[in-house]
Design a protein around this ligand. Structure first.
Ligand code: SF4
Ligand code: FES
Length: 249
């Protein structure tokens, strides 16, 4: 396969950026999208040019670091798939592919396709934990959790913190991410003690980071590689409203 990549290049956070076009003749249908970048970068290094900076770690859809807009869509054309698990067979031979970093004011560009997503870390620090007494591990059956509740909590816990939801949102809102991180703990008995503080703390930090407001466009859910449901935003809003009414904040 031959593909033409038009890639955003920006040497630093305050530097002027520009699109650069590269033809890659060595693409194979079985290659992942990141492997295509590996091949291109090896060529650039051989020519003495700067390789394209992009984030990646696990390359198996777990860490959430492989953030790229591919033809205007976070993580590219395949539903429920992170960039590292996207294969070149999803593209036609001769395809023209435009690759950009996440577009969101709360995720400033570091270099080329790498953005600073530390705003997400600060949201998690504001409530994404439980306080549990130390000591020996309790019996697994001591705290009973209904199957439907544990399944829903696990669905929320599938969020890999990639930021695609923010990049896709016309408002740059982080509600889907924050809701997933609040609700996977708030739903479980182990998370109940700090339920109110958690939702208030994480929502306030989300606002302080400069993310936009949710207008329920649904674009976040449509691009989420873990198919996190919009319904978690409703659950988070319910818990937030209850915490405010109880005067917990
Ligand atoms: S909700 Fe989905 S799109 Fe948003 S950070 Fe989590 S996994 Fe990524
Ligand atoms: S590199 Fe870890 S999710 Fe893609």
């Amino acid at each position: 396969m031959t593909v033409t990549l038009t890639v955003w290049r920006q040497p630093g956070p305050d530097a002027q950026g520009r699109f650069e076009t590269y033809e890659v003749h060595e693409a194979s249908p079985d290659m992942s999208f990141l492997e295509l970048f590996d091949v291109l970068n090896e060529r650039l290094i051989d020519k003495g040019e700067e390789p394209i900076a992009f984030d990646h770690d696990c390359r198996e859809g777990i860490c959430g670091s492989c953030s790229m807009m591919i033809n205007g869509r976070p993580h590219g054309p395949e539903m429920g798939t992170a960039t590292c698990q996207l294969h070149m067979r999803k593209f036609q031979d001769g395809a023209q592919i435009t690759v950009e970093p996440w577009r969101a004011a709360a995720f400033p560009i570091v270099r080329d396709l790498v953005v600073d997503r530390s705003a997400f870390d600060r949201i998690i620090e504001s409530g994404g934990y439980i306080t549990a007494p130390t000591g020996s591990a309790p019996d697994g059956n001591l705290i009973l959790v209904p199957k439907s509740v544990s399944d829903t909590a696990m669905d929320a816990a599938a969020c890999i913190g990639c930021g695609a939801c923010v990049a896709a949102c016309p408002n740059g809102a982080a509600q889907l991410f924050t809701a997933a991180k609040v609700m996977h703990l708030n739903l479980l008995p182990q998370g109940k003690a700090e339920k109110d503080q958690r939702v208030l703390g994480m929502v306030r930090q989300m606002d302080a980071e400069g993310f936009g407001n949710c207008t329920v466009t649904g674009s976040c859910e449509a691009v989420c590689p873990k198919e996190i449901s919009l319904s978690f935003i409703a659950k988070m809003n319910r818990d937030y409203g209850r915490a405010i009414l109880k005067g917990s904040g």
